[in-house]
Design a protein around this ligand. Sequence first.
Ligand code: C2E
Ligand code: MG
Ligand code: MG
Length: 463
Amino acid sequence: MIIENLTQSTSASPEKWLQHDALTGLLNRRGFILMLEEKIQEASKLEKHFALVWIDCDRFKLINDSFGQYFGDDVLKAVAEQLLTCLTNKNEAAARMSGDEFIVLLDEVQTLQALDERIQQIRDIFQQPWSIQGIEFYLTASFGVVQYPKDGVRVEELITKAETANKQAKSLGRNHLSFFHYYTEPAKHNPVIFERELRYALEREQLLIYYQPQVNIRSGQVYGAEALLRWNHPQYGLIPPVEFVPLLDETRMIINVGEWLLEQACFQQVKWLKQGLPSITVSVNISPTQFISGTLLSAVKRAIHKSGIDPRFLKLEITENMIIKNMIETRAILEKLKRMGIGVSIDDFGTGYSSLSYLKKFPIDTIKLDRSFIKDITIDIHDQAIVKAIIDMGHTLELSLVAEGAETAQQIFSLVDAGCVNVQGFYFSPPVNATQFSINYQCWRRLAENLSEKTFSYYSTKR
Ligand code: C2E
Ligand code: MG
Ligand code: MG
């Protein structure tokens, strides 16, 4: 079902217009759904397989912001044209689902190898620099894949799962691909197999550490990196931590994994320093089981000793609930960490038990404002008030503050307005691997400096 380019066709019927996207000439969402209904009927009769690939251009907003909407439109047209070149017969189709999101139906994919090759062909489009209106630039994309009939047999089911797989790919950072997998639907998954596979993950070197930059908007510095776990599953690709860290914790496997991660993160901090980056504080998440395991302090000492990291550049992240559950024990552990020169942050602040008295009594350095407050900070006056209150309290108690989940410049303006200048979020970058972190470092610095100028000039014009 390769479609003609409707932007060049003046004789298309009104019905056809309704099913096509005016900008690119591809099918629109409605057209794609109608086509998919037919496709499923045909495939079920002939027992055929096919796959959908959801494609979302990474940081497309940056292109619009930098070069303007018309330029952005030309880029979308070019992406559409390239996608059409990946279709091999009239039973395949490409559609524009919304702004910068596309979907491709691949028909000739009877084996996994054939599917891999076809997907690679689509990914290759995004490996080359684009040249639009004489400007050359790179554009990466995230890919989510579902397979018919393995993952679903109904239209909405397939489309929703393709989008879910894409979101999963996006959550892993830019330029990733994720097959829809049942870990996103735990009920369908066999927990016994999941646990067995997880037990081997560390020794089979399937666990990876990604790092997300933390940026100070006032100074324009990239001062920190949060270490975040990923499971590179041989069959399902990268699995995000929410889907396996709770099980690691429950089974106490987190103690081994956590020690390994702590050590790796410390080594990485020293490695970046040797590569010429300034001292970056690495933050490591500590799970409840690991925190009270009795081995945390010795693990921290070992990691520091082996790696040679300056302990001032190591931070541990714990949650409010962990503190509340074991007040006496927690305090003793935190005091020992403090004496070793290690910082402690309260993660996801505001979502837990929130007994504020511990903030004063316990040796804590940093509060990480939870993403849920930042999401609507530009429009929701309640969130604005909560954020402002937390920030004011943090300042009074002489704690540093970091806002998690800042995705837009507007959110950052609101945070600075409320008094918080440290941010971590997709505006700068999703978590990336250590090599990518050092490659992107200068780019984040420039972005931070640029935003710093804009933010503080915005500020001065407001006053
Ligand atoms: P967290 O510690 O609060 O980490 C921040 C999470 O927010 C990360 O998700 C990060 O990718 C995500 N995030 C950051 N900025 C944005 C943004 O602008 N928009 C959106 N939508 N998301 C953003 P991730 O990596 O999936 O980690 C999820 C959680 O898993 C972590 O939350 C942490 O609680 C846990 N986790 C990750 N790695 C480890 C680990 O090594 N040990 C333990 N115990 N838990 C871990
Ligand atoms: Mg954290
Ligand atoms: Mg958090």
